[in-house]
Design a binder for this molecule. Sequence first.
Ligand code: SAM
Ligand code: SF4
Length: 317
Amino acid sequence: MIDAHGRELNYLRISVTDRCNLRCHYCMPPEGVVPKMHEAILTYEEIVEIASAAVDLGVKKIRLTGGEPLVRRGIVDLCINLAKLKNKGLEELCLTTNGSLLSKFAEPLRRAGVDRLNVSLDTPSAELYKEMTRGGDIEDVFAGLKKAREVGFTGTKINAVLINDFNDLDLRTLSEWTRKYPIDVRWIELMPIGEAAEWHKESFLSCETVLTVIPELEYVGEKGVATLYRFPDGKGHVGLIRPLSHHFCSTCTRLRLTADGYLKTCLHSRGEIQLRGLSGNELKAAFRRAAADKPWEHHLNERGVSDTIRYMNQIGG
Ligand code: SAM
Ligand code: SF4
């Protein structure tokens, strides 16, 4: 699928549930957002049908996300069925998780054919982690990362959202993990969406802060949405993902499927097309229509807030 601006749309992110076992302050209100009824969420059969159509149309990479994908029952079976799409052109099946249940799931996910994991961890501090996630235990994430390594996952990425007066003092500590381990730590600018849409401007930091705090980082190059750096003796990379300060819309290859079956071509746009109920040529035509209408860019900087009214846990990040 090529959009009206010549971008090849080959990456589909699928939110498999809007539910989550954590309540990160920037993502969800303390009581959580009202979860969709079971019937409102795509069945696994529907997800596979939609993903299969997307692969027919040129999608090469699928990422499962949420909410927390590992809280949905039967997630491993879904991965097994999505991995079968590698027979018809899918190149990579990935999953983004908060890591809290990863020690239990790493091995079955690996066997199911998941290629790579992103684990969200905003701080290396147990207390701050508990505070930011409203109750999460960082030891669970550490155990998950260890298990993932043991069962053969490579190229695991740690994603950390950069927040002023929260984890700005952790920049160096977390980044230095890439000296010891062959992992990438990627700093992501906090976006004004979901709960963070209401946050004060002071909470938002540019990723340039990372380069100020760690001046010895050496530029490596661009990879997807990230600009990569490394410590001179680093085993992995420190990545900067800058949707606000250096937005990467002109190279965006992404499509997003919400847990309730809507296709979004831009995280921050209100535009979405319902795919539920469509199949065969109708489904493919809907993909093509959406691709043709993909917005050129988001307007976070001008408007100060995302246009979408959905929460991140519904879209999947
Ligand atoms: N529960 C999983 C997790 O936390 O990795 C997957 C879903 S979560 C919505 C996906 C990613 O979105 C996480 O890395 C999270 O930190 C990020 N995220 C949520 N709200 C955000 C915001 N306002 N700005 C930037 N990133 C955000
Ligand atoms: Fe849950 Fe992920 Fe949102 Fe945190 S960022 S509340 S782990 S969905």
